[in-house]
Design a protein around this ligand. Structure first.
Ligand code: NAD
Length: 311
């Protein structure tokens, strides 16, 4: 399959590297010139439980430099960069090109639907973890899964092909009728843990210091899942609560990407996570005071961090 990956940071590089190793035709599209240059010189360094190696059978270029129309475009920018990134790949969207988003947060399908018809959009979530260790070097330890579906709920032949191609690359992919439940469950988890760690400037396990950390996290999960239910989405509260409890105990020293972004003076995905939940909650008249307060606090932290970084 001809696959282009728009936004080849941590996740895009992991997926691109594994798909290229599985003999798919992969092009990474990014605007990080140091990363692109390192890949052009040495290949992509992929460090996983499967080993530390360089993947050389892929192309990496700025979006404007690509010419090959892909069968599948996987969007892996941070959510706030999706629209600008899509605007730079209009020339790559052929009549049969399908587009997949596994980004965190809400509103990703709406962003894709501004450039491609809904029946050619796939949406899902992934639990695969990845970090960019340096230019041209991605690291991912542990395992994960992908759950996805067509944005219009249909099952076109391309859906099965995409599931097969991702699974053949070892990415453990399944089509899932309740993909929106999975999206909202991940939003609930992220809306609780990412902003709390960001506001505290602490890793996830720091939330276990006193009982209030878990209480606050579970209160936010409750709020977000109430909004999901008001939107007609079936969600599993016990599962999300268990994931939150597990993360606080097990993710020792892990700084969520929202905190990493603030520390680096970059914008965060707060608007597509807590921000989108608050907007949806208002439409349904569901109170989400804790989710909203955290959104406001992260906006403040983010504005101050970006201000400090400005030249
Ligand atoms: P990242 O910041 O490492 O990568 C994003 C990439 O997009 C960067 O390389 C950046 O240069 C590129 N980009 C920005 N604007 C662009 C543009 N206009 N055109 C082309 N490229 C552009 O982020 P990530 O950690 O890979 O996360 C990507 C998405 O996946 C996010 O929505 C995130 O929440 C989600 N996610 C991340 C993880 C993880 O473990 N990292 C796990 C699951 C989901």
């Amino acid at each position: 399959m001809k696959i282009a990956i728009l936004g080849a940071g941590a996740m895009g590089s992991l997926f691109g590297g594994l798909l290229a190793e599985a003999d798919q035709h992969v092009t990474l599209l990014d605007i990080n010139d140091a990363h692109l240059h390192a890949i052009a010189m040495h290949g992509l360094r992929l460090e996983t439980d499967g080993g530390d190696r360089h993947v050389r059978n892929l192309h990496a270029t700025r979006p404007g430099g690509a010419t090959d129309v892909p069968d599948l475009l996987i969007v892996f920018t941070k959510a706030m960069h999706t629209r600008a990134a899509l605007a730079s790949v209009h020339h790559l969207l052929g009549p049969a090109t399908h587009v997949l988003t596994l980004q965190n947060g809400l509103g990703n399908v709406e962003a894709l639907a501004s450039v491609v018809q809904r029946e050619r959009i796939f949406v899902g979530v992934t639990t695969w973890p990845a970090d960019l260790a340096g230019p041209g070097h991605v690291r991912s330890h542990g395992t994960g899964v992908i759950r996805l579906m067509s944005a219009d709920g249909e099952r076109p032949p391309m859906l099965a092909r995409v599931v097969d191609v991702l699974s053949a690359a070892g990415l453990n992919c399944h089509a899932d009728e309740n993909v929106w439940g999975a999206v909202w469950e991940k939003v609930a988890f992220n809306a609780a843990l990412n902003p709390l760690c960001t506001v505290l400037n602490q890793p996830v396990d720091a939330l276990g210091a006193v009982e209030d950390g878990l209480t606050l996290a579970l209160t936010i999960v409750d709020e977000v899942l109430a909004v999901a239910r008001a939107s007609g989405i079936a969600v599993d509260a016990a599962k999300v609560n268990d994931n939150v409890r597990h993360a606080i105990v097990a993710h020792r020293g892990h700084k969520p990407s929202m905190l990493q972004d603030v520390l680096a003076g970059r914008p965060t995905e707060i608007e597509s996570i807590n921000g989108a939940v608050v907007a949806t909650a208002r439409r349904h008249g569901v109170p989400v005071p804790h989710t909203e307060t955290l959104m406001q606090l992260v906006r403040l932290v983010q504005a101050n961090a970006m201000h400090k970084q400005a030249p």
